[in-house]
Design a protein around this ligand. Structure first.
Ligand SMILES: Nc1ncnc2c1ncn2[C@@H]1O[C@H](COP(=O)(O)OP(=O)(O)OP(=O)(O)O)[C@@H](O)[C@H]1O
Ligand SMILES: O=P(O)(O)O[C@H]1[C@H](O)[C@@H](O)[C@H](OP(=O)(O)O)[C@@H](OP(=O)(O)O)[C@H]1O
Ligand SMILES: [Mg+2]
Ligand SMILES: [Mg+2]
Length: 346
């Protein structure tokens, strides 16, 4: 009989069932076990205090009850890192604040002009608002529902009629139908290409054009782009991607996210990059090598919280430094603000 595997640490995860089935694959469980970590699902319908003991918690839940549980847990077990702070995650759940951190980045990347609208009908009758069509209408709230991904490409002003508010109207940027999705896990960033909306030709912008004033779409960039042989050459510079990733991670005070970036190419301005969306705890299984990246990250978090981690003897990865950065930028959040050694909840 094979000897029973012994685990040094327990990593609790609180995720919706769909996220569990997409991310917590047998390959992730095996990679974690190889490094001495057991992955255990948190039952969010039961008090957290009755579960565990945990050495690290990761989570993506939307309800307020969960937040109260986390606060209580952190008060009782300040030495257990909780990734990430709910207050920091909240900024990504509102498209009005989601992209705020982009303006503070030390690299040339920006956000398309956008406005938050609570009364779309009034806007449809106001030709002097300075908005430049086409626009993408995006639901303001990001709440895990399918509706929060229901978008509309609005070609002309009369396409604003009937939009469900509150909504963010973001200027559409032609980008050759290719989107760069950058998965961030602590200080690790991986950029993949996805298909995206095709460019909008100029004739489509004329008010007199007979086509639809707006068209709905959803989940347009979920699939990888078929490799046309030129994928590597087409990628943004890796150093640039890393800088954007590091800047966003620090600015947001988060460790687990992805962001969507598009590139406008023009003779007039050359290449211009725009960040258009940032997602908390995305579908990591779509990122090549995610098992290693996530388990390395868990180990870094455990080491940073003072737990002896084999192979991490005193040497923290970039995430260790981030803990300091987060304390400053996100204020006192949950977990990661206190470092103690030894096992918690024993
Ligand atoms: N300003 C823009 N200019 C051009 N295309 C855009 C713009 N904003 C969004 N898109 C296109 O619409 C898609 C959906 O927009 P966005 O990424 O904001 O929605 P989402 O539902 O939050 O996506 P995700 O599934 O990544 O969470 C993008 O992946 C991209 O293809
Ligand atoms: O399920 P909600 O809370 O709506 O958030 C989604 C994000 O918005 C998407 O960005 C994730 O997909 P990608 O990993 O392809 O970006 C997507 O990942 P999934 O493929 O695991 O569903 C979700 O995280
Ligand atoms: Mg997106
Ligand atoms: Mg999104």
């Amino acid at each position: 009989m094979a000897p029973e595997k012994s685990f040094s640490y327990t990593v609790g995860y609180a995720l919706l069932p769909e996220k569990v089935s997409s991310v917590v694959q047998p390959s992730l469980v095996a990679a974690a076990a190889e490094r001495g970590m057991r992955l255990v699902a948190v039952d969010v319908s039961r008090p957290l205090a009755e579960q565990g003991p945990f050495d690290l918690l990761v989570h993506k839940m939307y309800d307020r009850g969960w937040r109260a549980q986390l606060e209580d847990f952190t008060a009782r077990h300040p030495s257990v890192p909780v990734v990430d702070s709910p207050a920091a995650i909240d900024r990504l759940l509102d498209r009005a604040t989601m992209l705020d951190a982009v303006s503070g980045l030390p690299v040339p990347v920006s956000v398309p002009t956008q406005v938050v609208v609570t009364d779309a009908a009034a806007l449809a009758n106001n030709p002097d608002d300075g908005l430049r069509f086409p626009l993408i209408a995006k639901p303001l709230a990001v709440d895990g529902s399918a509706e929060s991904h229901d978008m509309r490409l609005v070609y002309r002003r009369d396409g604003l009629r009937g939009l469900r508010a509150p909504v963010v109207l973001q200027e559409f940027v032609n980008h050759g139908g290719v989107l760069f999705k950058v998965y961030v896990v602590g200080d690790h960033a991986t950029c993949v290409r996805r298909s995206s909306l095709p460019d909008v030709p100029s004739h489509r912008l004329l008010d007199t054009y007979g086509g639809d004033a707006s068209v709905p779409f959803a989940n347009i960039s979920n699939q990888p782009l078929p490799d046309d042989g030129d994928a590597d050459a087409d990628m943004p510079d890796a150093g640039f991607v890393d800088e954007v990733a590091r800047g966003l991670r620090r600015g947001l005070g988060l460790h687990l996210l992805n962001f969507d970036m598009i590139r406008e190419r023009s003779e007039e301005h050359g290449d211009r990059y725009f960040v258009i969306d940032i997602n908390y705890f995305p579908g990591y299984a779509k990122m090549p090598g995610y098992e290693t990246a996530l388990t390395d990250f868990f180990l870094e978090m455990l080491a940073a919280s003072g737990r002896p981690v084999h192979g991490h003897g005193g040497q923290l990865g970039g995430s260790g430094l981030d803990i300091e950065a987060r304390k400053l930028e996100a204020g006192p959040g949950i977990g990661l603000t206190e470092v103690e050694s030894g096992r918690a909840q024993a």
